[in-house]
Design a protein around this ligand. Structure first.
Ligand SMILES: Cc1ncc(COP(=O)(O)O)c(C=O)c1O
Length: 364
């Protein structure tokens, strides 16, 4: 009997599927508990924008129709918002779809993608799935991207550099001077993917907005998502901004109706809900101040964050994850990211954060 694993690209059979945060219903069912708190997937703890909910409810009777395959209205709204051409915007089923399509387009056996160690887990996965070689570059001081080293790892066979800023799971950023020095060294055959899923949360004045560097001299893809600040993770909408040529290539290989009608409608309404964005930022900023102060009080080392989650050293991440889960608080163990001592904790509402700290204090 033929082994199906032998029929696919080398390396694919050895991959481990992406392991998402545990769904709350599953935890409650398994442990027989109620009212568990999920701080595991960097979601918006306030829920979706009320305006998006209203728009989705109004659109429900039209679910027999296919969505607009070109996402015309959303694409034009995003283009106007960022002052780019609509032909430079690619709307996707979550920004993860963009990562997979870029790997599919630009990588194959013999070519490689470069990314820092401890980066978002999809980069090595998408690279290997396309048959490319993934080059993980050592970080600085255990947690910080070193873009000089990333530039040094690029060679003639490199086609993509993946950089998330802020990085998931460390919450760290790289700053303007380092980014500009890096860009000056990137050869023109390399696509630089600036994954800015947490862009809106950053308050640092030296944080570079990669959109300002689309000057036609290098291949840059900026990625943003509706899953985080807009609270629409369940509807799967993200987007990329790049040159019209790269967007055309992405359109050639995507599935025809990649973004659902409800996703498109909710994203459009969410973009108009400035009050929901403002409240989300306020709750997140207050949550970070509270959690970081409490981690200090409890003597737990953590990485100061620029996003909506915090990487915390709890000694044994997997054991603490399991204990916290039994106490009704779901966080994310980070062994898969090569941080066996850490858990990643998403910032929740005030009461959710308090429940986490109370549980943690009893367990350490
Ligand atoms: C760095 C980073 N990029 C992309 C994504 C994917 O977001 P989406 O829901 O848009 O696929 C995430 C989600 O956690 C992320 O952390």
């Amino acid at each position: 009997m033929v082994k199906v694993e032998d029929l696919v690209l080398p390396g694919v059979a050895a991959l481990h599927p992406y392991e998402p945060g545990k769904p709350i219903e599953e935890v409650e069912r398994e442990l027989g508990i109620h009212a568990a708190v999920k701080l595991a997937s960097n979601e918006n703890p306030l829920g979706p924008s009320p305006k998006a909910l209203e728009a989705v409810t109004r659109a429900l009777p039209e679910l027999n129709r296919y969505p607009d395959g070109g996402a015309w209205a959303l694409r034009h709204k995003i283009a106007a918002h960022h002052r780019v051409g609509p032909d430079q915007v690619f709307v996707a089923s979550g920004s993860v779809e963009v990562l997979n399509l870029l790997a599919f387009l630009f990588l194959r056996p013999g070519l490689n993608a470069v990314f820092p160690e401890h980066c978002f887990a999809i980069y090595p996965l998408a690279t290997a799935a396309a048959g490319g070689e993934g080059r993980a570059v050592a970080v600085r001081d255990g947690f910080y991207f070193d873009l000089d080293r990333v530039a040094e790892a690029i060679d003639a066979n490199t086609r993509i550099v993946f950089l998330d800023n802020p990085n998931n799971p460390t919450g760290t950023i790289f700053r303007r001077a380092e980014w500009e020095r890096f860009l000056a060294r990137v050869p023109e055959h390399v696509v630089v993917v600036a994954d800015e899923a947490y862009f809106e949360f950053v308050r640092d004045p030296d944080y570079p907005d990669s959109l300002r560097y689309h000057d036609g001299r290098r291949l840059i893809v900026t990625m943003r998502t509706f899953s985080k600040i807009f609270g629409l993770a369940g509807l799967r909408v993200g987007y990329a901004i790049s040159s019209a040529a790269i967007v055309t290539l992405l359109n050639k290989v995507r599935q025809p109706f990649n973004v659902t009608s409800l996703g498109q409608i909710a994203a459009i309404a969410g973009m108009d809900d400035a009050e929901h964005v403002r409240r989300t930022l306020e709750v997140n900023a207050r949550g970070i101040d509270y959690l970081e102060a409490e981690f200090r009080r409890l003597g737990l080392a953590f990485v100061p964050t620029h996003a909506n989650f915090i990487l915390v050293d709890v000694g044994d991440g997997q054991a603490m994850f399991e204990k916290l889960m039994r106490a009704g608080v779901v966080v994310r163990p980070m062994g898969g990211y090569n941080f066996p001592r850490h858990v990643r904790i998403s910032v929740g509402t005030e009461s959710e954060n308090r429940r986490l700290i109370e549980a943690l204090e009893k367990l350490i």
